[in-house]
Design a protein around this ligand. Structure first.
Ligand SMILES: [Zn+2]
Ligand SMILES: [Zn+2]
Length: 168
């Protein structure tokens, strides 16, 4: 599953091999007993910490991005659940819990990594459409629209550290 997701990401974002996709269980400390879900913001913070740790030891850090794929259900405050959440310029967490096919996993991985590369939600027929339900996620295409492709090319991405907030 992971290699297919990475292939899909490479095709869209032209990232180089060596960028990492992490597949591991969600940290227990991110578990919310009341909600019986994992707090995606906590998982995302641990990615940011990894990113920072590498930033001090490597020079090519600016091109290192992380995708952490978990099978557990995740949430961010104010939402019942999220498919994923991203920290622009650093990495993203993706949950496969509510995604019932490889195509859906690829689609949401592209969406979250789109945020990592600086894209925001888009109202075109586009993978960057915000989806609040599995139905909406199914309906949207797996590709970036022309506008988002253009934005991606013109380097809104990566350098966009100023907007350092989490995007579902
Ligand atoms: Zn778009
Ligand atoms: Zn989003």
């Amino acid at each position: 599953m992971v290699s297919e997701v990475i292939e899909a990401l490479e095709a869209v974002f032209m990232i180089e091999p060596g960028d990492e996709a992490i597949v591991k269980d969600a940290d227990r400390n991110a578990y919310d007993r009341n909600r019986m879900q994992y707090n995606a913001s906590i998982l995302l913070n641990s990615i940011t910490a990894t990113w920072r740790a590498k930033a001090t030891t490597e020079t090519k850090t600016a091109s290192s991005f992380y995708l952490w794929i978990v099978s557990e259900d995740i949430f961010v405050r104010g939402m019942n659940f999220v498919f994923g959440v991203a920290k622009p310029g650093k990495g993203a967490v993706l949950s496969t819990c509510r995604l019932d096919s490889l195509n859906m996993i690829k689609k949401e991985a592209i969406h979250e990594m789109g945020h990592v590369f600086g894209l925001q939600h888009c109202s075109n027929k586009c993978v960057m459409q915000f989806s609040n339900s599995v139905y909406e996620a199914k309906k949207k295409p797996a590709e970036l629209c022309d506008k988002c492709k253009y934005l991606l090319k013109s380097h809104v991405h990566a350098q966009n550290h100023a907007r350092d907030r989490d995007c579902p």
